[in-house]
Design a protein around this ligand. Sequence first.
Ligand code: NI
Length: 187
Amino acid sequence: MIKMEDIIREGHPTLRATAKEVSIPLSDEDIQLGQEMMEFLVNSQDPIKAEELDLRGGVGLAAPQLDISKRIIAVLIPSNDPENPEPILQDVMFNPKIVSHSVQQACLGDGEGCLSVDRNVPGYVVRSVRITLTYTNALGETKKVRFKNYPAIVVQHEMDHLNGIMFYDHINAENPFILKDDVLVLE
Ligand code: NI
């Protein structure tokens, strides 16, 4: 089971490396890793488990954060609708690739955080508001999916980890809250 001590923190060189594609068909090892990554996210969002295991809540995790330089990400975005408890997005993505993105950009009004960053880094992280992603899922199926708004932002944050990019690399150093007029601020 993945715990907080398994997650490497900023300054570790693996977080700055370009991760390698996984082989397709997927190995049992990679499938299992994906399952463990998703289990971590599920536990981290369960108030009882999170407290018991001392986990910080997360909506995404990338294999390089476990010091495993492979192109695997897990994303779990919980429902915000009590009538429909199904997660907005829950999948493990192998070799994800952004095949197109909107010109329109957006950022989260509250900025971003990361399980590999133990400090608050204020500022707007500007990303594409919509992306189209291809990836292989844990069943070995090739997927092509369009994401917008919050899920698109989360996926781009996790994808960055596969390319050695941290969220704060996108923040304007001089003025963290400067924005071009046409950037949407998502609340
Ligand atoms: Ni992160």
